[in-house]
Structures are given as structure tokens and as C-alpha cells.
Ligand binder design. Structure first.
Ligand SMILES: C[S@@+](CC[C@H](N)C(=O)[O-])C[C@H]1O[C@@H](n2cnc3c(N)ncnc32)[C@H](O)[C@@H]1O
Length: 379
């Protein structure tokens, strides 16, 4: 992996290091070395100006500084609350702008790493395994934002412990860094309970961790081809399939949407919101121009066996946010020559659905995740 370089002056010395980012964020243009003596207000001002604060003090104090910056952002946001009558779509745009600003400002607290990926700071944790998991090989002296580093450490913990999947009888799926993590169980339960069409094989389009292929295998589908475009997802799905002892039933294959051939069932869980991802980590949430949704629907007729079914998994959050209407979705289904056999619904159970402080609470409160059973309506 080649990383961009970060250049700065410290004292009178010109310095440079590799810039590590798992989300594809660019390095700050200006960098200032700071330590425990920096005042939080000054640090906030510099971070808002786009100055990277390269931490030279105690590691735990850097964590506290990050929290202090977050509190200042919260206070600033609380000073200009969104009007109650603001349209949900506009509210969502403002929410995304706020999230982007937060990521930019909090991303300015920077942590140095030596060539062995050790943090040369007092009271610093050992993050080598998490960094190696997220980014691969060491790159010599490097700098990473503390916020990203915390994300990598969290992702590594999920990877190590695994996510227990009720639809797999409690067996765990181990997500890799940057691969969509199946922490919302409701859509998995839908795939576990929808009536299977008659047939021997299935496609899992955009398999991610391989979780849906595993649920289908557990239900007895003899042959499953799981596709993805992301190299991390392909590696992650292969590892999960092997760990679960399902390699006889599931093959993981690189493909843009559909593998070659036809199947009795094709299942797809595309990103649920139409829109542009602002970092690589958002790619599992945002589907630019609904490309994956449309691609799945438009390709179904050519990839289903006679009597076969397509299972589209989609939440209606985009509808509550004003980003897509139900009519538009039904229009896409019809335009692809498909008909709806049945829709199975589930209510999300994840914590955010019940968080009244979430600015999108009103939309999330009404969110329903559906499995649309589709068939070819005309030949
Ligand atoms: C929302 S995630 C769903 C992952 C998994 N199926 C699940 O339900 O947990 C969407 C996945 O589709 C993959 N993807 C996006 N575009 C794709 C394409 N054109 N062809 C194949 N996979 C794609 C992404 O890499 C990602 O792994």
C-alpha cells in the first residue's frame, strides 16, 4: 500500500512521515507539534482552521483533548438548533454537513507512530495488531489521526470477538476493517424466515462478510455463489465461510453484481441510502445514484431461473428522509420487468432507533426494514 506523505517543520527541522488513513481522508496541509500544555480552546481554534495537531505529550491527555474538542463542537451545534418545521431532507443534509465538520475537526488530533508501529508517547496502548489488521504492512514512521486510530482499534475488537448472529444459531461472523458489519439483526432474521423458492442454488450479491450466504447455507441451500467487488470483503467472506465450515456450499467470487449464470434465488442488501459516500467507510451506507439497487433490479430477470426469486433487502429510512419515494422504488421494480410476490417487514432494534437525541430520530422512529420477494413479471 502506498500512503501520502505528511510534511511539517518542528523547531527548525523539516520532518515527514507516511500519512495513514483507513477512510481515505487526505492529510492536513499544515501541522503543528503540540503537547499537554496546549489549551483546549487554542487547539479547537487550530483544528477548526485545518491545522493538524501532532501530539507529543501523554497519550491519555490526547484522548482527553479529543473529548474536549467534541464537547466544543456539541456546544456550537446546540447554539443553532434546527427549526422543528425544517423538512426532513434538509434536516438530513444539515446532519451530514455536521458529521463532516465533526470528522474534519476531530481528525486534526494526530498521533505519531515509529517504524515498528509503536506509539512513542507516554501511557500509549499497543495498537500494532489493530493497525496491521486495518492497514496491512508497516510503512516506516507514520502519522494517524487519533479518531481513526480509535476506529481501527474498535474494528479490530469486533473482528477478534466476532458478531453473534441469531440467524446462525449464535455462531459468530468476524467483520474485517472496512467491511460492512452485520450488527443490525433484523434484516438477517428476514432472510432466515422468508420462504425459500424451489431450487438448488442462490447468489448473494455484495456479500460483505458473507453473512447472508451463511444464513442461506444454514437453511440448506446446497450451492451459493457470493459476489463482491471489494478485495477486503472478498477476503473477509472467504475467512468467515471457512471458519463456519461452509466451504462446500459457498463459493466467494469477485464480480460486479451478478456472477455468470442463473440461480433460483438472488439476494441483495445494497446500501440503504442514495447518496455520495464522503469516505470509504461510508460506502456501505450510501449508494451513489442508487447504482447497486438499480443494478440488482435491472439484472435480476437475466440471472433468475424460471420460477426464481430475487430478495431485495432495503430499509425505508431513505423514504422517511425524503431521499427516495415509495413510488420511485416501485417504479424501479416495474421498469426492471419485476413484480412483488410479498414484502416481509421488521422493525429495527438497534440503539439509534430509540435515541431521542439523534437529530434524525423522527425518521428513524418510523423506519421499517423489508425483504421484497420479487419475481420476473414478463419475459
Ligand atoms: C450494505 S453491504 C451488505 C453486505 C452483506 N450482504 C450484508 O448484508 O451484511 C453492500 C456490499 O455490496 C458490495 N458492493 C457494492 N457494489 C458492488 C458491486 N457493484 N458488485 C458487487 N458487490 C458490490 C460492497 O462492497 C458491500 O460489501
Amino acid at each position: 500500500m502506498s500512503a501520502p506523505r505528511l510534511e511539517w517543520t518542528e523547531g527548525t527541522a523539516a520532518r515527514d512521515a507516511a500519512w495513514l488513513s483507513g477512510s481515505g481522508t487526505l492529510p492536513p496541509r499544515r501541522v503543528q507539534a503540540v503537547d499537554d500544555t496546549v489549551r483546549a480552546d487554542d487547539a479547537f481554534h487550530m483544528a477548526c482552521e485545518g491545522v493538524g495537531l501532532l501530539w507529543r505529550g501523554d497519550f491519555q491527555n490526547a484522548r482527553q483533548l479529543l473529548q474536549a474538542l467534541a464537547r466544543r463542537l456539541d456546544k456550537r451545534a446546540a447554539r443553532s438548533p434546527l427549526p422543528d418545521d425544517m423538512l426532513m431532507r434538509e434536516r438530513f443534509n444539515r446532519y451530514r454537513q455536521g458529521q463532516a465538520l465533526r470528522a474534519r475537526v476531530l481528525g486534526m488530533v494526530l498521533i505519531p507512530l515509529d517504524a515498528a508501529q509503536v506509539i512513542p508517547l507516554r501511557r500509549a496502548p499497543d495498537v500494532r495488531a489493530a493497525l496491521h489488521h486495518a492497514l496491512g504492512m508497516p510503512l516506516g514512521d507514520a502519522v494517524v489521526s487519533l479518531r481513526e486510530l480509535q476506529g481501527m482499534v474498535g474494528a479490530y475488537e469486533w473482528h477478534r470477538k466476532g458478531v453473534p448472529i441469531a440467524a446462525l444459531g449464535g455462531a459468530t461472523i468476524h467483520p474485517d476493517f472496512g467491511v460492512f458489519s452485520p450488527i443490525r439483526g433484523e434484516y438477517l432474521d428476514l432472510v432466515a424466515r422468508a420462504p425459500l423458492p424451489v431450487g438448488e442454488n442462490a447468489f448473494d450479491i455484495g456479500t460483505g462478510t458473507g453473512v447472508l450466504a451463511a444464513v442461506l447455507a444454514q437453511r440448506g441451500v446446497p450451492t451459493i455463489l457470493a459476489s463482491d467487488l471489494s478485495p477486503q470483503a472478498l477476503a473477509c467472506a472467504r475467512a468467515n465461510v471457512e471458519r463456519l465450515g461452509l466451504s462446500e456450499q459457498i463459493a466467494v467470487q469477485e464480480a460486479d453484481l451478478f456472477p455468470q449464470g442463473r440461480a433460483a434465488l438472488a439476494v441483495c442488501n445494497p446500501p440503504w441510502l442514495p447518496g455520495k459516500a464522503s469516505s470509504t467507510l461510508e460506502q456501505a451506507v450510501y449508494d451513489p445514484d442508487s447504482r447497486m439497487l438499480r443494478g440488482f433490479l435491472d439484472g435480476l430477470a437475466a440471472h433468475l431461473l424460471p420460477g426464481g426469486e430475487g430478495w431485495l433487502i432495503l430499509s425505508d429510512l431513505a423514504e422517511h428522509l425524503g431521499l427516495r419515494s415509495r413510488e420511485q422504488l416501485l417504479g424501479m421494480i416495474e421498469a426492471a420487468g419485476l413484480g412483488v410476490i410479498e414484502r416481509l417487514d421488521a422493525r429495527p432494534q438497534h440503539g439509534k432507533a430509540f435515541d431521542t437525541n439523534d437529530p434524525l430520530h423522527a425518521a428513524r422512529l418510523h423506519e421499517i426494514t423489508s425483504l421484497w420477494r420479487l419475481r420476473v413479471a414478463r419475459s
